[in-house]
Design a protein around this ligand. Structure first.
Ligand code: ADP
Length: 407
């Protein structure tokens, strides 16, 4: 089945056209600066290896979708003769609150429930609503499916998701752990379970999605037991610009000391912390690694090393605590921008973990081929360690196809 996967942001719209029968990616692209000056589309026809990039005015997400449709059906850079060859649309949705524990076909009732999720992720939810409306306007009648980043984490038990705040805040405001990157954790843990070659119900896996945003999950028997992100994606390990777990008392302290408003302190924790805040010069792990490789002669060396060491320390703690929670550990998986590409960090995390039964294979770790699931632990290692490239779009396309086919 040909599925158009849509990831709508407030001023951008990413898309992929995937055939779920053959797992073929036909086209992908992005519309940027929607509603602003210099709006542009970049469209890639994968099979023919063609890329077009051009400015084109887009007032809203419906304009963007019209442009996407025009490119997908273009005789030269397109891949289908008409939109009739595309059976459905699958949307990536960042937050489904506690309303959605699995992917779902769009209906009026679903749309109303999605609007309630604005309380948790207002900017993202508004963007998704615009993306859905854009699709309804340009392709009326085409089935649409919503796939939620939070859904996979809905299997957590109350002690994992209820915070030890007065219970009434959970009841009144829905303040609890929701987690994020669920589609990625679901995909890589599923692939890992297949590689382990034993029934999913018996598997104990820690998945490390490490990118600009990072989260770690404990997946036992195919279900999430716990995950590092919380009420928002600010919690957990250190990230590109987010601080991750800190003593919550720091927030009021900083507000008083620096005379900050709630919005300002939120900005510090989300946009000025993490790699950027600690290193003082970059949120990108490549810049930090290159400063570290230069050695102490580089003025950024010490703080770059500290920033990376903090992440290593955080992730080790999560792996250890999740192994304790699951009463065992079969595998650790690394994925996303840093997890898939940063061999140094993977080594730093997996070193000195013999206690857990991790025997690292350094030679395999430094030669991981791009885009391929690769084992980076020794054959004798009690715990398997893998790099598994994530593919959230494929999961969205497959869920969409299954729901449309009525499965
Ligand atoms: P996002 O959370 O925005 O999706 P990504 O998963 O793309 O982010 O991760 C971005 C991070 O991955 C950056 O810190 C970047 O340095 C790192 N990264 C991406 N590609 C590579 C690469 N080829 N080599 C090393 N690091 C990479």
């Amino acid at each position: 089945m040909n599925i158009l996967v849509v990831n709508a942001g407030s001023s951008s719209l990413k898309y992929q056209l995937i055939d779920t029968d053959t797992n073929t990616l036909y086209a992908k692209g992005i519309c940027e600066r929607i509603g602003g000056e210099g709006a542009l589309i970049e469209h890639k026809q994968i099979v023919k290896g063609l890329t077009v990039k051009k400015e084109s005015p887009m007032q809203n997400h419906a304009d963007a979708m019209n442009l996407v449709v025009a490119h997908l059906t273009d005789p030269e850079v397109g891949c289908v003769a008409s939109m009739d060859e595309i059976q459905a649309i699958g949307h990536r949705v960042v937050h489904g609150g506690a309303y959605f524990s699995e992917s779902i076909l769009l209906s009026d009732e679903v749309l109303e429930k999605l609007k309630l999720c604005r309380d948790f992720a207002p900017l993202h939810t508004d963007a998704h609503l615009m993306g859905i409306k854009g699709c309804l306007d340009t392709m009326p009648g085409k089935p649409q499916v919503l796939v939620f980043d939070t859904a996979f984490h809905q299997t957590m038990i109350p002690e994992a998701y209820v915070y030890a705040l007065p219970y009434e805040y959970y009841e009144k405001y829905g303040i609890r752990r929701y987690g994020a990157h669920g589609t990625s954790h679901r995909y890589v843990s599923g692939e890992m379970a297949k590689l382990l070659g034993k029934p999913v119900e018996e598997t104990k896996i820690v998945t490390c999605h490490i990118g600009n945003g990072s989260s770690i999950s404990a997946v036992k028997g195919g279900k999430v037991m716990d995950t590092s992100m919380g009420f928002t994606p600010l919690a957990g390990v250190e990230m590109g610009t987010r601080c991750g777990d800190i003593d919550p008392a720091i927030v009021p302290y900083l507000m008083e000391a620096e005379n900050l408003t709630p919005a300002q302190v939120n900005d510090v924790m989300n946009k000025k912390s993490g790699f950027l805040g600690v290193s003082g010069f970059s949120s990108d792990s490549r810049d930090l690694q290159s400063a570290i490789a230069d050695g102490p002669s580089n003025p950024n060396y010490e703080r770059a090393l500290l920033a990376v060491n903090i992440l290593k320390h955080n992730i080790k703690k999560y792996i250890g605590s999740y192994a304790a929670l699951m009463n065992g550990l079969d595998a650790v998986v690394f994925t996303a921008g840093i997890g898939e590409n940063n061999a140094e960090l993977r080594q730093m995390i997996c070193e000195n973990m013999e206690f857990f039964g991790i025997e690292f294979n350094q030679a395999a770790n430094v030669t991981v081929p791009h885009g391929t699931a690769t084992k980076i632990s020794a054959d004798t290692s009690k715990v398997a360690v893998y790099v598994i490239p994530t593919n959230e779009e494929l999961v969205i396309a497959k869920d969409t196809a299954a729901l449309v086919a009525g499965k």
